[in-house]
Design a protein around this ligand. Structure first.
Ligand code: SF4
Length: 284
């Protein structure tokens, strides 16, 4: 019996027979694979990012923009060979990269597939930031780009919204590891290797955003930062008083001013991005 302690949840369950907090057993389940055009320009390129949305998640934020997949284990099961075939298909489609969305709970299965075949386009590890450095070390040699969230500085908020009372410390350690591992390398405006640290502005919680940006300035000021404004109430958040609306223009402008005053480098998403039409359709 092997128990799963892959992420900071350290469930210690045998995923051959039981799901952990991430709600998936040990078979890879993929909810959707598509060419995605709404990531940062250096990730999308001209053809789109070859995105693989894994089912399940080890964080499960109550406002998750992909809640249809993160909160359940629906999707198609893939074995190692099928994963390899999927990588090859994505490469053939002309995608700029292969973008693994919330892959944390399938790190071991992904390593098995990369051992069989390492694609010739960049591999993007698209993460919530709630990662164990020990597990990241296992997969790091197959990863070219880390696209990592820094969601909360306020751990009380992290517990209320994502049940992760140690989010700040865990995410900082994970991001430090990622930044130490990858220097940014661009080729024709495409990020071939590197790190982008993302932060999503939440309605009614801009003080948390200020704290995150201050911390980024202190620890990661020379890295690419992506300030995201695409929040729309989804899932449980629709019924929550503080999260049941989009971010206001005033909130957005205050966080953007903070970003600019800290002289951070990267991307600022426009407010118009907060539209359900930019969320992939997981039912199609
Ligand atoms: S990957 Fe899943 S089962 Fe394993 S420790 Fe994390 S949440 Fe628990």
């Amino acid at each position: 019996m092997s128990t799963c302690n892959l992420c900071p949840r350290k469930c210690g369950v045998d995923r051959a027979i039981k799901e952990g907090f991430c709600r998936v057993k040990d078979k890879v389940v993929i909810s959707l694979s598509c060419l995605h055009k709404w990531e940062e320009p250096c990730i999308v390129g001209s053809n789109g990012s070859g995105t693989i949305f894994f089912s399940g998640c080890n964080l499960k934020c109550c406002y998750c923009q992909n809640y249809e997949i993160s909160s359940c284990s629906n999707g198609k099961v893939y074995d190692t060979q099928q994963l390899v075939e999927l990588f090859k298909e994505i490469e053939k489609s002309g995608a700029t990269n292969i973008n693994l969305v919330t892959p944390t709970h399938f790190i071991k299965q992904l390593i098995d597939a990369f051992e069989v075949y390492k694609p010739n386009i960049p591999i993007v590890y698209n993460s919530s930031g709630y990662e164990s450095v020990k597990s990241l070390k296992l997969i790091d040699k197959y990863i070219d780009v880390y696209l990592v969230d820094f969601k909360y500085y306020d751990n009380e908020l992290a517990f209320d919204l994502s049940k992760a009372k140690d989010y700040r410390e865990v995410a900082i350690s994970a991001i430090e590891f990622m930044c130490n591992s990858k220097v940014d390398v661009f080729e024709n405006d495409i990020l071939k290797q590197g790190v982008i640290i993302r932060h999503l502005i939440l309605p009614n919680h801009i003080y948390n955003s200020f704290q995150v940006l201050n911390c980024i300035k202190e620890k990661f000021c020379n890295r690419l930062i992506s300030l995201m404004a695409q929040y729309v109430p989804m899932g449980k958040a629709k019924g929550m008083k503080d999260l049941n609306r989009k971010t206001t223009k005033k909130e957005y402008e205050k966080v953007v001013d903070k970003f600019l005053s800290l002289d951070l480098n990267g991307f600022i998403q426009e407010m118009e991005s907060a539209d359900i039409c930019y969320i992939p359709n997981f039912k199609s």
